[in-house]
Ligand binder design. Structure first.
Ligand code: AMP
Ligand code: ZN
Length: 627
């Protein structure tokens, strides 16, 4: 018994008879009862089946059994203590095991490995949305009114009370509640928003610019209202959501984390290659607020400030796409549990979903955003080429399959995210709706005590106010729980996503046709060049092999063989003969000298200086012949 008690946790986990040992230990320490015998047999069964959920239940049963024995006073205290300690260590082991299982994203990755997904798209999905690093991977008229962020901030915080009372400062409408509730100094808010605008425009990115920030902020606001989740969140949390969305890509460089890591940029060094950009976005935005005139959070209490900061950090870091599959898996697991949903996790999911929400918007918008992102990726590809680096997935403007990548993106990333989002919102909001409808408060405005905390007075007031009146005294918009229609919200999103996917499918067919024509043209020009080269080589060979006495050299066939194998660029041997990243590629002046091909291992384009190599090989062989 002693020996079993002192077993290290790891061996307990690894051991194949954990449960039987635990039961034996307990029964030997206490007294073998019918209950524990029954436990013994079922525990082993569950362990063999590897059913974690049931194992937990069993363990609970064992502990209850111990409690019963304790109640009966039928137990030796020393043994009991040891047994409880042992049970605790087993619990810990199961917990570690379970956590490890949760961290494992193998399942999701195996879905991507479907043959229907082009290799390039698979590589991109794996390298962008997991932590797998296998692949090395303002125009004045465009300037949007960054005021839209200010508006979104206001709207997000005071969804139900928007525009009721206004301030005339700089022509903007400021609900008095903005000032009253958080005491955000309006001039600071304006200075801060302007500084954000400058930061978002710093690198003149086609995609990660201030319009994207405003778009994501507005989308977060939309999700909060239309799912009813705002009724679950406190005002501070709503502020955190809107604020996080507004700053989430601040000073984005237009290049990916992988690019920063590969080029060993200052930020990559600063943040040790971990969520490099996301760390910078939060840090730099908070640095702005160190300036007094931009400190919009100056009047928050110390506790509120800390809570908001903690939420903002968690949310923005969760926009690092390499954590996508992990985030989805953890949240799915949470939904299966009886316990309430962790607020920070739910909020992070909302921001993550908003960040990749353009496929859930009209085709015109979605198409524009996609093309803007592709252009940003291609610019990174141009930089990579200039630096002699391998192209990152989707960054080669000559060969990227845009439509195919979008189908993969929607299938594997967007749809599962929005499906999880709507499921999560349902789990959180449905009980609130039921609770509110039972209490029959006007339009379900009465606050319910949610599972994760008490409701403040301000909250009570906010939830009672279910009607929003426009400042112009016009239309009334209800944002109450009674108006929440999650089914429509979900169906609407899913329909748009599907329709967009169909559009990409049509374009993918065209893309495929164009690609085939390109390939054929390339093949044709390759064949004619090859034939020409072979002819040239033959004549050189003839001259040299005939020699002065006109006799034929017996090694001629070897030379031709070398030429032939070096010209068959599509065969597998090619990957050995061509360098993946050719730092000299820029020096090639004759475009015909460079042939692009795809690495059969990772789908990455590879560059072969075909004719140059052939000539070199021919020269080498000729040297051999002459020696
Ligand atoms: P963020 O960089 O914070 O804006 O996160 C959004 C990320 O999602 C982008 O950087 C891309 O990696 C990815 N993403 C968004 N839209 C698309 C799209 N249409 N196609 C491919 N990836 C996308
Ligand atoms: Zn973003």
């Amino acid at each position: 018994m002693r020996k079993e008690l002192v077993q290290p946790v790891s061996s307990v986990v690894a051991g194949s008879h954990v449960w039987i040992r635990l039961v034996r230990t307990i029964t030997m320490g206490a007294r073998a009862t019918e209950t524990t015998r029954e436990l013994e047999s079922t525990s082993v069964k569950y362990q063999i089946g590897g059913h974690a959920e049931k194992m937990w239940q069993r363990l609970k049963g064992i502990l209850r059994c111990l409690v019963k024995q304790l109640e009966k006073g039928d137990i030796n205290v020393v043994d009991l203590k040891k047994n409880i300690e042992y049970a605790a260590s087993v619990l810990e082991a199961v917990y570690i095991d379970e956590t490890r299982r949760l961290l494992d994203t193998e399942d999701e990755l195996s879905d991507i490995q479907s043959d229907s997904v082009p290799l390039e798209v698979r590589d991109w999905l794996a390298s962008t949305f997991t932590r797998e690093m296998g692949i090395v991977k303002r125009r004045p008229e465009e300037k949007p009114k960054f005021r839209s962020i200010v508006h979104a901030v206001q709207a997000g915080i005071f969804v139900e009370r928007m525009y009721r009372r206004t301030s005339s400062m700089v022509g903007l409408a400021y609900p008095a509640e903005v000032i009253v509730t958080f005491k955000i100094p309006v001039p600071n808010l304006i200075t801060f928003a302007e500084a954000l605008e400058v930061g978002y425009s710093k690198y003149k990115n086609p995609y990660h610019n201030l319009i994207h920030a405003a778009d994501v902020t507005q989308t977060v606001h939309y999700i909060m209202i239309h799912t009813g989740i705002m009724h679950w969140l406190t005002e501070l949390e709503i502020l955190a959501m809107i604020f996080a969305a507004a700053i989430h890509d601040y000073e984005h460089t237009g290049t990916t984390n992988n690019f920063h890591i590969q080029t060993r940029s200052d930020v990559a060094i600063l943040y040790n290659d971990r969520s490099v950009l996301e760390n910078h976005h939060v840090s730099a935005a908070y640095r702005l607020m160190q300036e007094e005139e931009m400190n919009i959070l100056a009047n928050l209490t110390k506790d509120d400030w800390r809570e908001l900061r903690s939420l903002v950090i968690e949310m923005v870091l969760s926009t690092d796409m390499s954590g996508h599959f992990q985030q989805i898996k953890t949240m799915r697991h949470t939904l299966q549990q009886a316990e309430g949903v962790d607020k920070a996790k739910a909020m992070s999911l909302i921001l993550h979903a908003a960040d990749i929400s353009h496929p859930a918007k009209s085709w015109e918008l979605h198409y524009r955003w996609t093309m803007a992102l592709m252009e940003e990726f291609f610019r990174q590809g141009d930089k990579e080429a200039a630096l002699g680096l391998q192209f990152s997935p989707l960054c080669d403007r000559k060969s990227t399959l845009v439509a195919q990548s979008q189908i993969g993106f929607i299938d594997f990333i967007v749809e599962p995210t929005f499906s999880l989002l709507t499921d999560s919102m349902e789990k959180i909001v449905m009980p609130l709706i039921e609770e509110a409808s039972k209490s029959e408060s006007p339009a379900f405005g009465t606050p319910g005590q949610n599972s994760l905390g008490a409701v403040s007075n301000a909250e009570t007031q906010r939830r009672h106010n279910f009607k929003t009146t426009a400042s112009d005294g016009g239309t009334h918009t209800e944002n109450s729980l009674a108006t929440v229609d999650l089914t429509s919200f979900k169906n609407n999103l899913m329909q748009i996503i599907q329709a967009n996917k169909e559009r990409w499918k049509e374009l993918a067919e065209e893309e495929e046709l164009v690609r085939n024509v390109d390939e054929q043209e390339k093949d044709q020009s390759r064949n004619s060049t090859d034939a020409q080269l072979q002819e040239e080589t033959r004549s050189i060979q003839n001259e040299s092999s005939q020699g002065s006495d006109g006799t034929t050299c017996p090694t001629r066939s070897i030379v031709l063989q070398v030429v032939t194998s070096d010209t068959s660029l599509s065969d597998e041997s090619n990957s050995e003969k061509c360098t993946n990243s050719d730092p000299n590629q820029k020096d090639l002046t004759d475009a015909q000298q460079e042939t692009q091909n795809t690495d059969p291992l990772n789908g990455e384009p590879i560059h072969c200086k075909k004719s140059e190599d052939i000539v070199k090989a021919t020269e080498q062989k000729q040297a051999l012949v002459h020696n």
